[in-house]
Design a protein around this ligand. Sequence first.
Ligand SMILES: C[S@@+](CC[C@H](N)C(=O)[O-])C[C@H]1O[C@@H](n2cnc3c(N)ncnc32)[C@H](O)[C@@H]1O
Length: 259
Amino acid sequence: MLEAFGFGLFPLPAYRQTRHEEWQVVRHLASLADGYASGTGVEPERYVLYHGRTAWMSTGLMEQESHAWHVAQATGNVVAAGLGLGLYAFAASLKPEVERVVVVEREPAVIAVAAAAADIASWPGRHKLLLLEGDALAPETARAVMDAIGGRPPDYLYADIWPVCADARAPAETAAMVAALTPRAAGWWGQELAFVHWCRDQALDITPAAFARYAAETNVPVPVSAGYVTFCAEVGLANGLPPGAARRTIWQRLLRRRQ
Ligand SMILES: C[S@@+](CC[C@H](N)C(=O)[O-])C[C@H]1O[C@@H](n2cnc3c(N)ncnc32)[C@H](O)[C@@H]1O
């Protein structure tokens, strides 16, 4: 990835199985799985965060690849909406150029289950991390976030509060967070897939200029580079876009849930 796109995968914390109220972290054995930009392969064991029977997050390759660019953007003061398994919080807090990571999580039980499953207290970057309980879309949460980072706009906002990749609500909800926090740069989980769908609908090629237009249209200040747009094109190919360029796998047809 690093050679092809200019950014690579990132370190993960160690996990163990845990349960708290209706949330649990479950270990799955090695199986066939799709990456986000890479094809199907055999994936080693992975941990999945469930709410009841709904899978919200996993440590699988699909999640690693779809978080990688956002981890690469993390610098200075970072705000992450959605704790999940803490993959993003762990990797961002490890980066020397990151001063603070404020994570907003709506569900207290997720904070409890992730803290136990990933042993957050022992993370090397724990001193940079602030876990805030609240709705990332609520104005009072934005005020609490701004207080936590001394009133300075965040350097990067990463929004990941949806269980399904490229959720139709994601651009507008990210834009609402951007309006409230005025980050220097921002992005949401699955934006590459959303962008290639938009290019298809607009009959546009996948280019940096097209992404700049898409970012302006969605009101999210995505920092675009040529390597990143090449990554978007790979994500498109792995998901059957443009039509006929690559075949969808059975896994991708299953609505790209997080499991
Ligand atoms: C997919 S997970 C996030 C995964 C995370 N990026 C990681 O690295 O593990 C989504 C999380 O967002 C939380 N969430 C959903 N809606 C939210 C909201 N409005 N405000 C804050 N958190 C929310 C869910 O409880 C869940 O923990």
